[in-house]
Design a protein around this ligand. Structure first.
Ligand SMILES: C[S@@+](CC[C@H](N)C(=O)[O-])C[C@H]1O[C@@H](n2cnc3c(N)ncnc32)[C@H](O)[C@@H]1O
Length: 213
């Protein structure tokens, strides 16, 4: 369900930020190659990096186009001075420890072309409506990442937020969709128009560019 919503946002990102532009993609923490695969048609070059041999084994079978590399870029940056105009990192930051988030974002920024964008998500937004409701119901603290933590991370890495795509504002989940997906899709669009709710998505996709000093 969320992947359906994410794909709509990814399409919008391509149409808005890469019209008629060839894409050189670095997919950080590529896992099984879900994001790389989705962009395959639009990329001139694609590199997927991850530390997990088992995930990469699946990625090598999944991803038709592009290079898959097993590496920990925070320890050994095997990409040298290569630059990419699109860098993605999905389902990585909220799972990582704060120090690792900073190390990774610094590396990603070093590989970002001047006219490029880093696109990452926070699928564990601690400020989401779902999480707020869970807290009200006395559920134990939800681990994830807050919007304030993201602001600090981006500030530290000298990056600007250009656009945020709020997804999963309505507190549905795959296990408990509550409404049919076609209704949820329209509802999400309407909720996304309400400014105070935009930071309350369960999954926020950020598009960031370099801060020019
Ligand atoms: C939940 S998966 C996300 C995969 C993919 N981005 C997606 O959204 O489908 C998280 C991935 O982060 C990878 N990972 C964790 N620490 C990493 C690191 N330091 N460098 C690169 N990848 C890392 C894991 O191996 C795992 O494949």
């Amino acid at each position: 369900m969320i992947w359906q919503f994410e794909k709509t946002s990814l399409d919008h990102i391509l149409a808005t930020f890469y019209p008629d532009t060839q894409i050189d993609l670095l997919d950080f923490a590529c896992g099984t190659g879900r994001i790389m695969n989705y962009f395959a048609e639009r990329t001139r070059q694609a590199v997927g990096v991850d530390v997990s041999p088992s995930m990469l084994e699946v990625a090598r079978n999944n991803v038709g186009k592009g290079r898959i590399i097993e590496a920990d870029l925070t320890r050994e940056d095997i990409l040298g001075d290569r630059k990419f105009n699109l860098i993605t990192a999905f389902r990585f930051f909220p799972n990582a420890q704060p120090e690792l988030r900073i190390q990774v974002m610094r590396v990603l920024r070093n590989h970002l072309a001047d006219n490029g964008y880093i696109v990452f998500n926070n699928h564990k937004n601690t400020g989401s409506i779902r999480n707020r409701l869970a807290r009200l119901c006395g559920r134990k603290k939800y681990r994830g990442m807050s919007t304030a933590e993201i602001s600090d991370l981006l500030k530290e890495s000298n990056l600007n937020v250009v656009k945020v795509y709020p997804l999963a504002i309505f507190p549905a989940s795959e296990k408990r969709p509550l409404l049919p997906i076609f209704i949820l899709r329209s509802l999400e669009t309407i909720l996304g128009w309400i400014r105070p709710l935009r930071n309350m998505g369960g999954n926020l996709i950020f598009v960031c560019s370099r801060k020019m000093n």
